[in-house]
Design a protein around this ligand. Structure first.
Ligand code: FDA
Length: 304
């Protein structure tokens, strides 16, 4: 219920305007966002790299409505790739197709993403297409297939364990040898497309971990769920799958001690590092995931 409310509010332009100008909301958002500038994200990633944690940059932004904004967003990612090279960061990039103009014009979106993927390929780097709501799943996977057929095999997708369709999508990606990030899914989805019960999402997640670990190409196990992390470790050990064949992934600012612990235990750990001025919808999805976050912010959001 609380989750749904926050996910609905994540689409509200009015509340976004209030939040963006509210000092308390901004301060709290900075727990989950590395800062508003590229330099702040570079600093955050340098600090993670120093601890043996790799990263992925996310220049925040989604549902862009003009070709000019989409092109600017794509250019900002070229700047991120330059920064990765110049600062010798151990990081790749994650982007959203609606930020690259998917709702404006599919060809424009493709051209924008192609530029980023080509530049990343020259650098021997990797581009992850984040997954948005189920309204975009087919179009995101179609875009991915187009890039893959173009010979861009340095691109991977995100699949969401809450969707019924995901097992078939995992199998397709495994057949191709494409890299998958597996997450539970962060959007409000109807029962026609997604498991309504958390227990079913978790069970499906475990099933997909098995498929990805045994047949996938360097999957990213993206969860903060202690039980699923332990399950993944146990399953890999039982099947003799070396730790070099997969990585764990978590979000910036969430379970930091656990991130470091996994590295100390010898696992690959990647942290998703968002930055930029468009933090509102991302931040609201993080609030929706954890009631304790909501209680804190409710007390502070509308204060001075
Ligand atoms: P779950 O929500 O069950 O949380 C398990 C435990 O983790 C909680 O009990 C709590 O202790 C801790 N926790 C989880 N979220 C927290 C938070 N926000 N603050 C504090 N503690 C928290 N989704 C999507 O739809 N498309 C995408 O492209 C991505 N990309 C992505 C990348 C990476 C690296 C991660 C880790 C996650 C995503 N997600 C995503 C988000 C994902 O779908 C999901 O919403 C969140 O990861 C929360 O689910 P958990 O698997 O962590 O489990």
């Amino acid at each position: 219920m609380l989750r749904q409310t926050f996910l609905t509010l994540s689409n509200s332009r009015e509340l976004q305007d209030v939040a963006l100008h509210n000092a308390a909301a901004r301060k709290f958002a900075l727990r989950f966002v590395a800062g508003e500038t590229l330099e702040q994200a570079v600093q955050a990633i340098s600090a993670l790299n120093a601890k043996g944690i790799t990263a992925t940059f996310d220049h925040l932004g989604e549902n862009i409505t003009t070709p000019r904004e989409a092109k600017a967003a794509a250019n900002s990612y070229l700047g991120v790739l330059d920064a990765i090279e110049a600062r010798r960061l151990n990081s790749n990039v994650s982007l959203k197709l609606t930020q690259m103009g998917l709702d404006v014009d599919e060809q424009l979106c493709y051209d924008n993403v192609l530029r980023i993927c080509r530049r990343a390929q020259e650098m021997d780097n990797f581009v992850r297409l984040d997954m948005e709501s189920s309204a975009y799943t087919d179009r995101t996977l179609d875009m991915f297939r187009r890039l893959w057929q173009e010979g861009l095999h340095n691109v991977g997708v995100v699949l969401q364990a809450y969707l019924y369709r995901t097992e078939a999508d995992v199998q397709e990606m495994n057949r191709l040898g494409a890299r998958v990030r597996l997450c539970k899914g962060a959007y409000n989805e109807p029962p026609e497309v997604a498991f309504p019960k958390k227990a079913d999402v978790d069970a499906n997640y475990a099933k997909l971990v098995r498929l990805l670990l045994t047949k996938g190409a360097y999957p990213g196990i993206a969860t903060h769920d202690e039980r699923l992390i332990e399950y993944t470790k146990r399953f890999a050990r039982k099947k003799g799958i070396p730790t070099s064949r997969f990585e764990f992934q978590m979000l910036y600012g969430v379970r930091r001690t656990e991130q470091e612990k996994l590295v100390q235990e010898g696992y690959n750990m990647r942290v998703y590092v968002p930055y930029g001025k468009e933090w509102y919808p991302y931040f609201m999805r993080r609030l929706a995931e954890r009631p304790a976050n909501v209680m804190f912010i409710m007390g502070n959001l509308f204060k001075g």
